[in-house]
Ligand binder design. Sequence first.
Ligand SMILES: Cc1cc2nc3c(=O)[nH]c(=O)nc-3n(C[C@H](O)[C@H](O)[C@H](O)COP(=O)(O)OP(=O)(O)OC[C@H]3O[C@@H](n4cnc5c(N)ncnc54)[C@H](O)[C@@H]3O)c2cc1C
Length: 463
Amino acid sequence: VTGAALHAELAQLVGAEHVLAADAGSPYNSDASNRRELRGRADAVVLPGSAREVEAVVRWCYAHDVAMVPRGGGTGLTGGAVPTDGGVVLSLERLRAVRELEAGLWRMLPEAGVSTRDVQRLARENGLFFGPDPGASEQSQIGGNVATNAGGPHALKYGVTGAWVTGLEAVLAPGELVQIGGWASKDVAGYDVKDLLIGSEGTLGVITAVRLRLLPAREAQIAQVAFFATRAQGCAAMLAVTAAGIEAAAIDFADGAALAHVAGGYPGEVPAGAGFALLIEVDGTHEQARAHADEVEDLLGRDALAIDRAPDASVLWRWREGFNGVLSGVRGAKVSEDVSFPVERLQEGLERFEQLAAAQGLSSCTFGHGGDGNVHATVLVDPVDEAELQRARELGAELFALVGELGGSIAAEHGVGWLKRGLLESQWDERTLALHEQIKRAFDPKGLMNPGKKLARVPGAAS
Ligand SMILES: Cc1cc2nc3c(=O)[nH]c(=O)nc-3n(C[C@H](O)[C@H](O)[C@H](O)COP(=O)(O)OP(=O)(O)OC[C@H]3O[C@@H](n4cnc5c(N)ncnc54)[C@H](O)[C@@H]3O)c2cc1C
């Protein structure tokens, strides 16, 4: 079924005003990855208004062999929500109710389309705390966060999104609304199907609502920025904080090259000769946070060029949130790969990435969530220089090989989507890769749920 017939059938299910044409300029054809080659073309965009309508759309698509691409806020960075293969974009943006909020029980049940920022705000307004803080929180949705198992700086202490989920409501093929898990905080009754859906990037089912277990609000947070002359000192400092038993809420980093570009926006003075910076947040009660901040200062004071303590942590985080925009503006675009290394190999990973980039004649920098070994390995590029973009792609392949060698992951928090399809092959053994593919078939025997995404292996591709 295509064209007008497809639109007419979908309109029966959700109302004609909620079926959009996906013309060439439609924002539903791309995501935030900004890769020019990555624009899809949907046959239709459908905006169901309830979980039952999602169920009806999935059932209809499954019965008529029409592919579906679930879509949250479209802030993904790997092309997961891009309709690369046509089909129907199934946007969750109208599922915006918070069905339950029990402050005394530390619980919230938002529908998939509630923005991450609203989940954070509602938690705060009720004396609670939701830890995950991926960078595009105003636009990203809680359903998209669960579907990508999103992280962010505070994942260091508080875990990635999945750590906060006790249950999911989802529509599974061939079109059945199911409840997986519930409010029980201990539940080992079956295989962990909930955790299979978390991070499945729309390839196993459509998430319609999420049961979140929150924490009481933190009393105090103190953020510090420590500047070091060298990368070696900065990386050693991160390990020293852990070894000293200080449970930092977040430890983000910027290397010297990144720092040179973002120094202008720093709400203080970047010391001369700074070649590495750490943004460290500690929290707890007022006394605990102050004690931890003092410990960090004592510990790092010997090697650091300077340590700044911000009275308001959010000032430093706003600076950090600006990195993406500043770095993209330097040469018109950036190509940034989200990878992780074991923390003790982070320094080596960063050094060797820089060497590989230099050998390709590319201008590189690195930043990310250093406490988790999570690096956004970046090259600054001219977006119309095809030769340079090609070298950036080659560098990406070299980086993924390096990640494998050092025992890291080719996808730390942004998922696999379309851009990293097939790369898992270098990370997992044969038997586990086959299981990955069997799980996909068990959930989606017709292969209609976000086809082509999160593939462990690409059929026909050379290994
Ligand atoms: C400036 C910027 C900063 C960022 N910082 C971070 C960061 O710090 N940490 C981090 O982890 N990520 C970060 N991201 C990436 C992105 O915000 C996250 O991946 C986010 O979780 C995507 O949510 P979304 O709602 O926009 O999903 P989309 O981009 O719409 O979709 C992402 C994937 O999830 C699937 N999906 C979406 N909703 C559903 C659903 N309801 N059911 C089933 N599948 C679904 C889609 O099919 C797709 O495969 C950043 C992105 C930007 C642009």
